[in-house]
Design a protein around this ligand. Structure first.
Ligand code: HC3
Length: 398
């Protein structure tokens, strides 16, 4: 083991003890990431409800499939957009903060609302914590000008072997109005690397799929370090007519945090995509004082400030205030025999679009209602009745 790989090499001197206790404690961990207690230096001041925004930080890639007439090319553009989101989803925090930190655990009803305004027009985001036990986040992202929307929800189930393995439970569905086309997007599994040294980062593993109603399947295999290239964050993807895996129309290979190449069926290079150079559009959110008390950044403002100052007493004090208020709300709801009314989403028992696409692609994916507390669907009726301050004007510039 080199010195840079030694236990706690990246941990501040004052936190070495707490890091090794943390590593020991995860051995007996129960699978619910929200109950994991991590040392202060690894806490993030961002709530998990914000992570939904990673799906559309390149709005022009998100809307690109809407203007492609050929269904196979359209499916390839959906695959390209999906692959372009991975760097943001799984390695942007690492790059910004130096390592993967433990996000704030969203409370029931927590909201994260915003929009992107750029050459793709307006793309809007609603993310809501629809369940606390188990933790589930639901989101809807749409661009009316281009007639495209993404709706999904996700939970995580973790297990510990030599590292933390995370299975994502849930899925996303992309709908394109002009072609009345749906794409089922399954979510990759991941594990945490760099735990021993104290600088955790995400590596994706196994396989995820994108299944279109137009009859194309994209299969994405995540490999990680040690595979042929020896590089981390490696993947290879193929796009084929559903049920004909050998009739590959496009292959994509590379690193999701760096660059990848899309090739046609004759091995001709269709495009090289540089994830590092791709322009990210800033998400516009309302000023803190304009936000509702259920909006994430406002609700967690004092906790976030305490974390940034490294003041752990204030962090636990402010966190407890939120947790106690939540406990009181749940108690009251129980006494009144009602449950918290979600602002934008409704719980369903099934998803006909999910079922149809799983069947079309012969996928093994199943809904797991227990682990996600139901299937969560964006409820446009609820959403249109949400009055300010939830949907008030958001500044058009950052
Ligand atoms: C596992 C994870 C929380 C869940 C994060 C998810 C799966 C959330 C949905 C997003 O769309 C994609 C996504 C990206 C990263 C996932 C996080 C990575 C680490 C975090 C754990 C709860 C933190 C573990 C603690 C520690 C100390 C290792 O950082």
């Amino acid at each position: 083991m080199s010195s840079s790989q030694q236990e706690g090499a990246a941990v501040p001197a004052s936190a070495k003890g707490s890091w090794s206790s943390f590593l020991k404690s995860i051995a007996s961990f129960n699978g619910d990431l929200s109950t994991m207690t991590a040392p202060p230096f690894i806490l993030s001041s961002t709530s998990l409800v914000e992570y939904s925004s990673y799906w559309a930080e390149h709005p022009s890639l998100f809307v690109a499939p809407t203007s492609e007439q050929d269904p196979a090319k359209r499916a390839m553009l959906v695959l390209k957009w999906f692959l372009s989101t991975l760097k943001q989803q799984y390695s942007s925090r690492n790059e910004k903060l130096g390592s993967e930190k433990k996000p704030l655990n969203p409370f029931l009803g927590e909201l994260f609302l915003g929009r992107w305004n750029d050459e793709a027009g307006e793309t809007q985001l609603v993310s809501e914590q629809v369940s606390h036990h188990p933790p589930v986040t639901a989101y809807s992202i749409w661009n009316d000008k281009h007639g495209i929307r993404l709706q999904g929800y996700n939970a995580q189930k973790a297990s510990v072997s030599s590292t933390i393995n995370v299975k994502q439970i849930g899925h996303a569905i992309l709908h394109i109005d002009a072609f009345d086309e749906d794409y089922l997007i399954t979510l990759p599994s991941l594990h945490i690397e760099g735990l021993i040294t104290g600088s955790p980062f995400v590596e994706l593993n196994r396989t995820s799929y994108i299944q279109s109603s137009s009859g194309y399947t994209a299969k994405i295999d995540y490999k990680g370090r040690g595979w042929l290239s020896g590089k981390k964050n490696t993947f290879s993807a193929t796009l084929f007519p559903s049920g004909k895996e050998k009739e590959v129309l496009y292959t994509v290979e590379g690193q999701w945090n760096d660059s990848f190449t899309i090739k046609g069926s004759m091995k001709n290079v269709v495009e090289k995509f540089d994830a590092k150079a791709a322009k990210i559009s800033p998400l516009l959110i309302a000023d803190l004082e304009e936000q509702d008390s259920m909006e994430s950044r406002r609700a967690w403002a004092k906790v976030a400030a305490a974390i940034s100052k490294g003041d752990m007493d204030a962090t636990s004090r402010e966190k407890s205030l939120i947790e106690n208020a939540q406990r009181e709300m749940r108690k009251k709801e129980k006494e009144e025999n009602r449950e918290w009314e979600r602002r934008f989403f409704t719980r369903k028992e099934t998803s006909p679009v999910f079922e149809a696409l799983v069947k079309k692609g012969g996928l093994q994916e199943e809904l797991d209602l227990d682990k996600t507390s139901g299937v969560w669907a964006f409820d446009s009726e609820k959403a249109s009745s949400v009055k300010p301050p939830f949907r008030k004007e958001i500044p058009t510039e950052v």
